[in-house]
Design a protein around this ligand. Structure first.
Ligand SMILES: [Zn+2]
Length: 189
């Protein structure tokens, strides 16, 4: 890990180790590894040994209905999973926005969903289609398509990224925990 200031990183990218640096803004400690929470630019403070990320927020584009976006789940409530939208799919480097979206339980999967926590957890990376843009913090999303949903699941127990087991189950290679998800056909790993 030879991260330097100005490097462009995506959510989950490793930036350094906690033996050398302190995780600061928009980063998290993943069992000793510092990873980025967001897409953005690395800012390395050598004097204070702090790593932070400057989120890439300015965007020349507006989100519009029908486009597929990617982002990270920030909260799962009873009826709605909240997602921080990082950008438009296949345009990861240039079209990053600072919108927040929500996936209603009725839009999570094609069939009936009893519990939204069987579909998403905090930290998951998700691809979803925009159905309605109401405001910066109010974008309606759907994942009720085969190639939409979770592309990287974060273990609730230890925050490692999990491996796909079956159509709707993931396994943590670190702690062995099994969890359910609305997994995209494009799941990474
Ligand atoms: Zn785990």
């Amino acid at each position: 890990m030879k991260t330097k200031s100005g490097d462009f990183v995506l959510p989950g990218d490793a930036l350094g180790v906690t033996e050398e640096f302190v995780p600061a803004d928009w980063t998290y400690d993943d069992e000793g590894k510092i990873r980025s929470l967001v897409a953005g630019t690395v800012s390395l403070d050598q004097k204070n040994k702090r790593i932070s990320i400057i989120p890439k927020t300015s965007s020349p584009i507006m989100l519009s209905n029908g486009i597929v976006v990617f982002g990270q789940i920030s909260e799962v409530r009873g009826q709605r999973a909240l997602m921080k939208i990082e950008g438009e799919k296949d345009n990861k480097r240039s079209l990053v926005t600072n919108f927040s979206g929500g996936i209603h339980i009725s839009q999570a999967d094609k069939g009936y969903v009893a519990k939204l926590t069987d579909e998403f957890h905090i930290g998951d990376l998700v691809e979803a289609r925009v159905t309605k843009v109401i405001g910066l913090d109010n974008v309606d999303l759907t994942t009720a398509e085969n190639e939409l949903g979770v592309i990287k699941a974060m273990c609730t127990n230890c925050r490692s990224y999990m491996k796909k087991m079956t159509k709707n189950e993931v396994l943590c290679p670190n702690c062995g925990r099994k969890e359910r998800r609305k997994i995209s056909a494009k799941y990474e790993g």
